[in-house]
Design a protein around this ligand. Structure first.
Ligand SMILES: O=C[C@H](O)COP(=O)(O)O
Length: 342
């Protein structure tokens, strides 16, 4: 499972304190800016093969092993939006998911890893609107945030007034984070002004709830579109930009992640505001999670490895993280069904 390199001399061990061990500087919320089309015109064609090479090199060169690997996996756990977004979701399923968020690791693993005092939990649980009430009752007092997908997730094709009402209803029902989807057609048609106005209204409807803007990158046709859509979402006041709904045929990929990280860096250079990043969709193995964390640390820096600036959107990642931690403490793997989340 290790991300080790074939050339040990180029290996660099990343050290990381386990989740919860480091205080986070408080973050000023992005107020957005006016839409500056000049910033968008500066975006040239994005070189896909250079990004693919960079992503491949990053994850090959870096190695995370032993104690460090366990620390990084615990960090990944604490950066997770533990998600269920299925047509057959039920109150009972969401209740079980929330119980898993409160106690994400088996008691024997917690003891062997000496984590009893650390309260390591996913950052949030992410559900559809009808399950907010059961999520908020089950998670009360746990410190786990409640995220709702909104704006006609996953396609975003309801009338704007319906989508705005949906956000307000979810905030009213206890969501403190709202994951909205954009209309991909606005990107494909280069309707940047309209995209900006819609996202600005989403932000206003969120009030104090944090806004994550899902771009649906697998639908956007080019990496240049991903870069521009990222910039527009941030200018319109996004707290996070997120890759995918998990329902597109292509989900979160590392080259797309690089483009979005660079947009985040660019926005910070221009405005001073740090924006969060959430890759989501298809991230189901501990190995993939470690690759993402390496990419984020290299591209955006250590500050982004905190839950106010980074999340994984994932429905089954916790299962594999628990399995790998079990391997770390016992030296052998158990069957994955033993770690089923719900
Ligand atoms: O936002 C989260 C995604 O929908 C989760 O996708 P996944 O089920 O592929 O992990």
């Amino acid at each position: 499972m290790s991300a080790s390199t074939s050339n040990p001399t180029s290996a660099k061990v990343h050290t990381l304190p386990v989740a919860g061990a480091q205080a986070t500087n408080s973050l000023l919320r992005n107020p957005g800016t006016k839409l500056d089309l000049g910033w968008l015109e500066e975006v040239r064609n994005v070189n896909r093969s250079a990004l693919e090479k960079r992503a491949a090199t990053l994850v090959k060169r870096r190695s995370i092993k032993g104690e460090n690997q366990a620390a990084w996996l615990l960090r990944a756990l604490s950066l997770m939006d533990l998600t269920t977004l299925n047509s057959n979701d039920t109150d009972e399923r969401v209740r079980r998911l929330c119980a898993k968020a409160i106690n994400p690791l088996r008691r024997d693993l917690v003891e062997k890893l000496k984590l009893a005092d650390m309260q390591i939990r996913p950052a949030a649980v992410c559900v559809y609107h009808p399950f907010l009430s059961v999520a908020s009752n089950t998670l009360e007092g746990s410190g786990v945030h409640i995220a709702a997908v909104s704006t006609a997730f996953p396609h975003g094709l309801a009338p704007l007034s319906t989508r705005l009402d949906e956000i307000r209803a979810s905030v009213g029902a206890g969501a403190d984070e709202i994951d909205v989807v954009i209309r991909r057609g606005l990107v494909l048609g280069a309707h940047w002004q309209e995209l900006y106005e819609e996202v600005s209204q989403f932000r206003e409807a969120c009030g104090d709830a944090h806004l994550k803007v899902i771009l649906g990158t697998g639908d956007l046709a080019s990496l240049r579109n991903v870069m521009i859509a990222s910039m527009v979402a941030m200018m319109a006041g996004a707290d996070f930009i997120k890759t995918s709904t998990g329902k597109e045929s292509v989900n979160a990929t590392l080259p797309v992640g690089l483009v979005m990280c660079r947009a985040i860096r660019n926005y910070e250079e221009r405005t001073g505001f740090k924006i969060g990043f959430k890759p989501a969709g298809g991230i189901s193995t501990a190995k993939a999670a470690l690759e993402w964390l390496i990419l984020i640390k290299e591209e955006l820096g250590r500050r982004w490895l905190e839950p106010d600036l980074f999340r994984f959107g994932a429905s089954s990642l916790l299962n594999d993280i628990e399995r790998q931690l079990e391997h770390h403490v016992t030296g052998h793997y158990s069957a994955s069904y033993r770690h089923a989340i719900v």
